[in-house]
Design a protein around this ligand. Structure first.
Ligand SMILES: [Zn+2]
Length: 225
């Protein structure tokens, strides 16, 4: 099992997190218990921007959503990905954690700022209070899209920033990590880290490279028991 950690989140007290490649898995309960957590709550991810607030330790896994949030101690929240962008959020003062799944659809639907907005409204927080980490995802080095997807992004997001590169022949390279970083920044988050790991060219689970049989990663964050 390979576990990657964010130096930024490692500096925070009282929070447990990881970006995990558990070959053939992920075996969620095993990963949770290896990190001293009772469970890691996931949702039925549907490439949307719905936020699920997990208020109890059990039975959340069937909720349809792409962000999962909790304030429970000793319980993590996680998202499952193979190329899509996992984003972990932690609000140190309120002890609230969130995991967001943002593939190209979720990114175009602004799943990350939607989650930030919902959490800030529910718990009376500000984006400035959050620490954000963007985990391993397919990078702008490898994520080729056609002009239909590229033009959707060009019309929904301002042209500022380096996140779309034309290759010719109607093909583009799209940098979803950079788009999510800009979105967090625009929302007012001050502490943002990107793991700068490309799932496709750095031997992590990649749907684009290996197709539907690929392994999946889990990216999780939880408040210490
Ligand atoms: Zn790459």
């Amino acid at each position: 099992m390979k576990v990657f950690r964010s130096p930024l989140l490692e500096k925070c007290d009282g929070v447990i997190h990881g970006f995990v490649h558990d070959p053939g898995g992920p075996d969620i309960l095993r990963i949770a218990s290896a990190h001293g957590l009772k469970n890691i709550l996931t949702v039925n991810q549907v490439h949307g921007n719905t936020v699920f607030f997990a208020d109890s330790a059990m039975g959340e896994n069937y909720a349809e959503a792409d962000s999962v949030v909790t304030q429970q101690k000793g319980v993590g929240v996680g998202v499952i990905t193979a190329d899509c962008v996992p984003v972990l959020l932690y609000f140190p003062d309120s002890r609230c954690v969130c995991a967001v799944h943002a593939g190209w659809r979720g990114t175009s639907l602004r799943a990350v700022s939607n989650c930030l907005g919902a959490v800030c409204e529910k718990y009376s927080l500000k984006p400035q209070d959050a620490v954000a980490v963007i985990g391993p995802a397919i990078g702008g080095c490898c994520y080729e899209v056609r002009d239909d997807v590229a033009s959707q992004f060009a019309s929904r997001f301002s042209g500022e920033g380096n996140w779309l590169f034309e290759k010719g022949d109607g093909k583009f390279l799209l940098d979803l990590v950079e788009l999510n970083r800009i979105e967090l920044c625009d929302a007012g988050v001050l502490e943002i880290e990107t793991m700068d790991m490309c799932t496709c060219c750095q031997d992590l689970p990649s749907y684009r490279r290996d197709g539907s049989g690929t392994d999946k990663m889990i990216s999780f964050v939880g408040i210490s028991p």
